[in-house]
Design a binder for this molecule. Sequence first.
Ligand SMILES: [Ca+2]
Ligand SMILES: [Ca+2]
Length: 155
Amino acid sequence: MSFAALFMLLIIAQTSQGLPWFNAHRRCPKEWSGFSGHCYFFSKEKATVKDAITKCAHAVEDGRLAEVGGHREEKWLELQIKIRGMSPVWMGASDISDEGKFIKLSNAKPIQYTNWNRGEPNDHQKKEDCVEWAGSGKWNDNYCGNKNFFICEQA
Ligand SMILES: [Ca+2]
Ligand SMILES: [Ca+2]
């Protein structure tokens, strides 16, 4: 058997067993998309932040509202948002517990990476404690009770 044939057999064996060896991304739940080791779900419906958190948590184990760790991840998410025509879109960050201090909803740690739109966050009418991608792709703080599209993430 030639090396090439052996190599092909190895690939077939690996993938048919469902091992991630041949996949750049891990396997994601049905209707979820993989990027850089995480799985994401893009909602087709709108919900308040509270309802979005519940829906993400119930969807899969360790499901949460997506949190943006950096520029590369955000560029990919932005592309998905554009392709799907979702706007605005909730993400998993809030300053509801301490005004002006935005934290990740999953672990209450301060957000490191930010991409605020000019003049944001402005806590308009002292009512804006949740974070959305607005039409520009930049971030805006807005009222958590608004109904937006949302992205779930499985870390
Ligand atoms: Ca606020
Ligand atoms: Ca705002």
